[in-house]
Design a protein around this ligand. Structure first.
Ligand code: FAD
Length: 401
């Protein structure tokens, strides 16, 4: 494992910093769905600015309009954006979907969707969870029935993040009842607005709408919008979940490092109960302990990145890194709220709001992060089984057969 960036990667990091000076993240709103890592209209405008630099497609094969740059360039871009507090919510989803389309997609998907991703115009929601299927995803009941050159999808998805503002859904559905449990599923790329699709908002703790319920009432999808062979959607999904845990959390190390630096600055410049906060032994210990967690987190992700680059499996590494990322995010946000005291809940724009009013939003959204993309409990089981070689749960063993 080589921990240093190459000269080209360092030059690219400088190029991204130049871009960020020309597009200062501070000018972007932090309220509503543009808050945090951003997914609203302003964040999409930012995505298009990244696309104009050619950075969305830079690692794709030349045949699909890419520049065949090594994968680490994406990591360098992510790090610089996260360290600067720039919005990049839809970026990971676009990259992941593009990789899946390049690997499994039909010619039609490659022709229609890849150019839209490269221009920063296509974003995606994931239609996996259902009211009766979350951790036990294979209990899902949404069905895709073959009808001539099409499939007709019927079912109900829930918690689909950004479904209301994205361009396409990745809908995971059952295509066979007879096949072995894990072989009866397929993945479809369904354009928002397809007749029969009804997307309804779910309001979150912050008061904003990030998540949606999606009702699919005989939604007709051409067969060439299926992602990969029929019945092999579960393989695509598992690879996708590893990739989701990686790309959907890699930014957290640098993003949390940025928040930690803000809290350190706050502790250094704030007097509480007649003494500087920075001299409080409990505050110092908790900040130092979070610094260690964040450093470990960044190394875990870079280790997973090296394995990914070498084509090695990353299920164990990404499960471990995701748990640490989300739990560290919660600890940091909680400490931030405690240090800011009565100013903590104030949002940007409120009189007296500290640290740009970012902490209250970060605190509220951090709560769901240990549930999204696989709960911390389930991922600890993945670490135990895939990493430590402990026996699988009896039910999981039976189902795998
Ligand atoms: C912020 C957020 C964003 C999300 N975005 C999306 C999205 O875009 N698309 C999408 O499809 N879904 C999304 N989800 C849904 C998410 O994937 C599910 O909530 C998650 O997989 C858990 O499923 P569940 O809610 O049905 O809970 P359950 O699976 O019912 O779990 C309930 C509790 O039981 C525990 N549990 C369950 N099984 C086991 C086990 N085998 N061992 C130990 N403990 C277990 C869980 O850890 C949890 O504490 C999102 C969720 C959140 C919170």
């Amino acid at each position: 494992m080589e921990l240093a960036l190459t000269a080209e990667e360092r030059a690219f990091a400088e190029e991204v910093r130049r871009f960020l000076r020309a597009h200062p993240p501070e000018t972007f709103p932090v309220e509503g769905v543009d808050a945090g890592y951003g997914s609203g209209a302003h964040s999409r405008a930012f995505l298009q600015a990244l696309a104009a630099e050619g950075w969305l497609a830079m690692c794709w094969p030349k045949a699909y309009g890419g520049a065949e740059r090594p994968m680490f360039f994406k990591l360098v871009l992510f790090e610089e954006l996260a360290l600067a507090g720039a919005p990049f919510g839809p970026l990971a989803g676009s990259w992941q979907t593009a990789d899946a389309i390049i690997e499994y997609g039909s010619e039609r998907l490659r022709r229609e969707v890849l150019p839209a991703i490269a221009r920063g115009e296509a974003t995606f929601w994931q239609g996996y969870s259902e009211p009766g299927a979350g951790s036990d995803l294979l209990a899902l009941t949404t069905e895709a029935r073959r009808d001539g050159d099409d499939y007709v999808i019927r079912g109900h998805k829930i918690w689909s993040s950004h479904a209301g503002i994205a361009s396409y859904g990745l809908v995971f559905a059952r295509t066979s009842r007879e096949a072995r449990r894990s072989r009866g599923f397929s993945m479809f790329v369904v354009r928002n607005g397809t007749p029969g699709m009804d997307i309804r908002p779910i309001r979150s703790l912050t008061g904003d709408v990030y998540h949606h319920e999606v009702f699919l009432d005989d939604v007709r999808v051409p067969a060439d919008l299926r992602l990969g062979p029929e019945g092999e959607g579960f393989v695509a999904l598992l690879n996708g979940l590893d990739s989701d845990r990686f790309w959907g959390r890699f930014y957290k190390g640098p993003a949390l490092a940025r928040v930690l630096a803000q809290l350190v600055e706050h502790a250094n410049t704030t007097v509480a109960h007649g003494a500087p906060l920075a001299r409080d032994p409990v505050v110092r210990r908790r900040l130092a302990s979070l610094a260690a967690d964040i450093a470990a987190l960044r190394l875990l992700f870079w280790r997973a990145a090296c394995r990914m680059r070498d084509g090695a499996p990353i299920t164990y590494e990404t499960a471990m890194a995701k748990v640490l990322a989300d739990e560290t995010g919660q600890k940091l946000a909680r400490l931030g709220m405690e240090l800011l005291g009565m100013w903590g809940p104030l949002r940007r724009g409120s009189r007296g709001a500290k640290i740009g009013g970012e902490l209250s939003h970060a605190y509220l959204t951090s709560l769901g992060h240990t549930i999204a993309g696989g709960t911390a409990e389930v991922l600890r089981t993945t670490v135990a089984v895939r990493g430590l070689g402990l026996p699988a749960e009896p039910r999981a063993r039976a189902e795998a057969r």
